[in-house]
Design a binder for this molecule. Structure first.
Ligand code: TYD
Ligand code: MG
Length: 463
């Protein structure tokens, strides 16, 4: 079989070269040349890649928006309620999902469980494994209690053979585990290289769109999320899901980073058990550590993930540091921590300049919203003074550079969840404090603050 010609194209400027070069001769960018399949330009155009990208979405004539028939996408629930939540309701025909995450976090486990549930519901499915043999997948299925599963399994890493199998079996859902192991015969680069990952994903995406088959691509994230990581695919696919969580704890989160068919920032919560991943339908309290009595340096906050409030404990440790004190954070942004320390110093007179400061969100959860600010500051001052905050204490609110405490979105919902879980004292931004008495907040004493120094003074009184 004759190989189609490959050339090297610069990622930055698009210049082509017959062989690989470290520096693009055209724009001078370093290490930007990536192998691509040379295709005859469609319609006599100059862009060699035109043919490859045209098919991602079929071209059409100009029409008024109102006259285009908009069909509601049909979703097939996967049988895993938490996965469906992250997907926006279920798998969409012709939709391509990228599932990223660290190795060993549970991607293969969850997808095998989902495929089995779909297959049992009469949806033909195909599981393509490039990392494990068919026997290993079968062994895993036994462990998951999926004996007698009718899911079709293909152990193959060559793209052309995979596509031929897809064409022959016409599954409604296919999982490619993982995209980094697949290679196309058209390219000479190794599997897992940017060129291969991109070419294989583009090919499979075109196939999915043309045939109406839903495809889930599994991708490993490297530490920097860069080379050969699934990052290069994010713009191609319809939905990007990221698995996160601490492999040492049993809880796993699935977060939608991008979703053309639903909301982003909705998370699915799972617990890893010896029988695979089980959805946690009421996750609000799972990220609280189980202290009998409050300890110094710990503060609970309510964060909102998608539509659900989640109570998370933030821990801080402030300890005398060396000549260059360290600021480390796990699950929270480090730059934000530096900013909060500066605000603490300037507006509340709490100096940590010569101290090491460590901050951690319990349970491997990642908090990106600024509503965590107040709780982080309270945890830091609590650790610094060696005094625990009272039992049943929580706080949330964004802190600005001027020392003002700004409201968090949907504060009442957060407070309701805290009251439901039996919390008794809350320090919140003034605008989030309920105006009227409400039964939903019963048992919760709510202190409204406008400034950081007020919050710190209040905490000192309560502790
Ligand atoms: P796996 O799904 O192979 O991860 P990935 O595909 O993301 O690399 O994940 C597996 C981890 O989960 C593995 O370390 C063992 C554990 N596990 C369980 O705890 N219970 C189970 O039922 C299964 C199948 C795996
Ligand atoms: Mg795997």
């Amino acid at each position: 079989m004759s190989r189609s010609k490959t050339t090297y194209a610069c990622n930055e400027c698009g210049a082509a070269s017959a062989r690989w070069l470290g520096k693009c001769p055209s724009c001078g960018a370093w290490n930007s040349l990536v192998e691509t399949v040379a295709q005859a330009p469609a319609g006599g155009g100059k862009n060699r890649l035109g043919a490859a990208f045209a098919a991602l979405a079929p071209a059409s004539d100009v029409q008024a928006l109102a006259s285009i028939e908009a069909q509601d996408v049909a979703r097939t629930p996967t049988g895993q309620a938490e996965l469906d939540r992250a997907l926006g309701g279920g798998i969409v025909a012709g939709g391509v999902v990228l599932m990223g995450g660290d190795p060993g976090i549970g991607k293969s486990t969850l997808l095998l469980q989902a495929l089995d549930a779909l297959q049992r519901a009469g949806v033909p499915s195909l599981y393509v494994t490039g990392e494990e043999s068919g026997a290993q997948v079968a062994l895993r299925a036994r462990r998951l209690g999926l004996a007698g599963s009718q899911v079709a399994v293909l152990a193959e890493i060559q793209l052309e053979k995979i596509v031929a199998t897809l064409a022959a079996r016409q599954p409604a859902v296919a999982v490619i585990d993982s995209i980094q192991t697949i290679y196309s015969d058209q390219l000479t680069s190794a599997p897992g290289s940017v060129a291969q990952v991109r070419e294989c994903a583009a090919h499979l995406t075109r196939w999915a769109k043309a045939q109406g088959c839903a495809i889930v691509l599994v991708g490993h994230v490297t530490k920097d999320g860069q080379l050969a990581g699934p990052r290069v695919l994010e713009h191609m696919v319809d939905t990007v899901l990221y698995f996160e969580g601490d492999t040492h704890s049993s809880f796993r989160l699935i977060r939608a980073i991008k979703n053309r068919f639903g909301a982003v920032n909705e998370i699915g919560v799972f617990a890893m058990t010896e029988k695979g991943l089980k959805g946690v339908s009421n996750p609000s309290a799972i990220f609280l550590s189980q202290h009998a009595d409050p300890v110094p340096g710990s503060c609970v906050l309510v964060t909102l993930e998608g539509t659900r409030p989640l109570l998370v404990e933030v821990q801080a440790l402030v300890d005398s540091g060396g000549p260059s004190p360290r600021r480390l954070s796990v699950g929270l942004e480090r730059d934000r921590l530096a900013m909060l320390l500066a605000v603490l110093h300037r507006h509340a007179g709490v100096a940590t300049g010569d101290q090491d400061v460590f901050v951690n969100a319990v349970g491997g959860v990642r908090i990106s919203e600024p509503a965590a600010d107040l709780a982080v500051m309270l945890a830091i001052t609590s650790s610094l003074r060696g005094k625990a905050l009272p039992k049943g204490f929580l706080a949330f609110g964004e802190v600005g550079l001027a020392g003002e405490v700004r409201p968090a979105p949907r504060g009442q919902e957060r407070l309701k969840e805290a009251a439901k879980l039996g919390f008794s004292v809350a320090v919140v931004p003034k605008a989030n404090a309920p105006k009227r008495k409400d039964k939903a907040f019963e048992g919760l004493t709510i202190h409204a603050v406008e400034r950081v120094e007020e919050a710190m003074a209040l905490a000192r009184q309560l502790a």
